[in-house]
Ligand binder design. Structure first.
Ligand code: IMP
Ligand code: MG
Length: 214
């Protein structure tokens, strides 16, 4: 078989086209499916990533030369965690906690369930909890309480992508905040309603009629 440079170039071009055009096709499907359930987009992906650059710079500055473990709260913070931490050039450790407090609706039940028994190994380390959103405060309050009761970290701070501006039902504040928002139910960029919408690349307000009466 004769090797032709032009075949190679065309092959490479097809690969590039696949990389470029597949996501675009996916993005256009959002428009006709999940996107229709969104009342308005609050933060586009580029806006989120620009803000993550700033948050990452703050975290990097504050934890330089410290033994840091990041504890991400799943599932909601998976996208936030991935995009934020690749911007933090520190030799940190990552651990995850799985909790739930919504149990399917759009209002927290106030009962925070820990889906695993073992707590992360954070004795003698600085801990930064990452969560998608601070709403009633129950989740962050319960996690900080449990970590303090069952482990011996040097410090515990928290970082949330979104903070709802409202009165908290439980004592909890975030040390690093991506964006403040109103008291609205939002989805996308990791946040769900009944486990849907997590893979939307933006944060948007869910249309009320999607969940009203459910
Ligand atoms: P909190 O315990 O009420 O502060 O709520 C924290 C958890 O509830 C978050 O980690 C989310 O999983 C979920 N949550 C709160 N508000 C929203 C929302 O607007 N959309 C989706 N999930 C939310
Ligand atoms: Mg959730």
């Amino acid at each position: 078989m004769v090797f032709r440079f032009s075949d190679c170039v065309h092959g490479a071009q097809r690969d590039i086209e696949r990389q470029i055009f597949l996501p675009t096709a996916t993005a256009s499907r959002y428009a006709s499916d999940m996107r229709d359930d969104i009342e308005k987009i609050l933060f586009h992906e580029q806006t989120i990533l620009r803000r993550l650059d700033e948050l990452a710079a703050d975290i990097t500055r504050d934890y330089t030369d410290q033994e840091l473990t990041v504890v991400a709260v799943l599932n909601g913070s998976f996208m936030f965690m991935a995009d934020l931490l690749r911007r933090v050039p520190l030799p940190l450790r990552v651990d995850c906690l799985s909790v739930s407090s919504y149990h399917g609706g759009t209002e927290t039940t106030g009962v925070v369930t820990f889906d695993q028994i073992a707590m992360p190994d954070i004795d003698g380390r600085h801990v930064l909890i990452l969560d998608d959103i601070l709403d009633s405060g129950h989740t962050l309050h319960a996690i900080c309480g449990k970590l303090r009761a069952e482990t011996k970290p040097l410090s515990i701070k928290s970082c949330v992508l979104l903070r709802k501006l409202k009165e908290r039902a439980a004592e909890a504040e975030a040390d690093y905040v991506g964006f403040d928002i109103g008291d609205e139910f939002v989805v996308g960029y990791g946040l769900d309603y009944q486990e849907r919408y997590r893979n939307l690349p933006f944060v948007g307000v869910l249309r009320h009629d999607v969940y009203a009466g459910k």
